[in-house]
Design a protein around this ligand. Sequence first.
Ligand code: MG
Length: 448
Amino acid sequence: MLATFSAAGRLRYDLGGRDEARKGNEEAGVETTRRSWMKGALAPAAGAFALPGLSRAVQAATSEYQRPKLKITGVATAMVQVHGPQAHIRIYTDQGLVGQGEATDAAVGTPALVEGFKRFLIGKDPLNVDAIWEQLRRSGIFAGAQGGQFITALTGVEIALWDLTGKALGMPIYQLMGGKFRDRVRMYCDSDMKDPDGEEGARKMPWIAEAGFTAMKMDIDDARDPARFDRVNRTASNGEIDRMVRQMRKVRDSIPKAMDLAVDMHGFYDALTGKRVAAAAEEFRLLWLEEPVPPENIDAMADIRRSTKTPICCGENIYMRWGFAELLEKHAADIIMPDIQKVGGLSEARKVANMAEAYYIPFAPHCVVSPVGTMASAHVCASVPNFLVCEWHWINHLDAWKNWVKEGEIIEKGYITVPDRPGIGVEMNDAAARKSQMPGTAWFNEKT
Ligand code: MG
């Protein structure tokens, strides 16, 4: 279906290129054969070269190869609730091609923001991905385009533009990003486990190993810990830290020795606690300790990192190059984990990964989205040298995960094989995905 779609699209675009050439020639008052253009070009009419029509004619007539000519005709969103609110964006074109993107976490405002972007997007050439992104970002400088919901909505749009570009050119996104360093992208399983000591741990840990994952993540923050003295204060008591250490030991001893273990604190604690937990965790040789303190104070994160041998990872709540520039310059993380569905988009995530490469820092993206967004992330992971591992977070939503796209299960033995299909390379199965639709929201252009 995709191949047919793409092949037909390319044929139309080639015709479109010749149409454009004819249009340019007519506007410039020249005939439409190449020979006639050459005669015109050699004529001593220098002023005519300033004509925009002639300029287009030169571009169109000097090569038989023409880039696809598309125009955006519509944009629509659908909101789902799986791991928090997640937005799916579709961009429609005059050539019948449709691009899809996904945004997460700060995605609740996406439908309204995308509605606001629509006036700018309609009529634009979707293949100018970075230029569209930059113009929309600059338009929002006074409207919160430094992060949060604005950049998250823009991220979903950017991913849909990349999907469209790949489909229009008949190429997978990784190819358009400079090619791939690897055929398979290593995934880790977030265990989404509340009770590692009990039945849940006994059930999930063997499942993760049998599924072929080579790394997993667990959470140790617990606001309901009975050893907690104060629900607001960020300082963990000795009793809480003892519980964290016990749980890390339990999981470390229950999973294969070769499996990497990452541990998340969700930015829930203060610097004092972060340092104490990082020190206590050193014996477990973690893959990383994630967000021991909140994301706002990079100096505090750097202070914890300097205090311990435990690798510190953060970045899921940091946006764009400018956010990561400070993190990298201050040497605040051993590993960075931008969320590709909210950091700014595929181009932005790749730029951030390249910046980290300059510091010899690995790139391990946060990823809690559907197979659409996860596969989009896989293209970025394949295209950068310093990729370490990418998250998968749907262990509690297996049916939704397996049925979300028409291609079915995309993770095999803990790895995603990056597809050679055009664009992202997966297509949403609307009937399955719609089971997770947020009540009261539109399903793309269709009202509920
Ligand atoms: Mg986290």
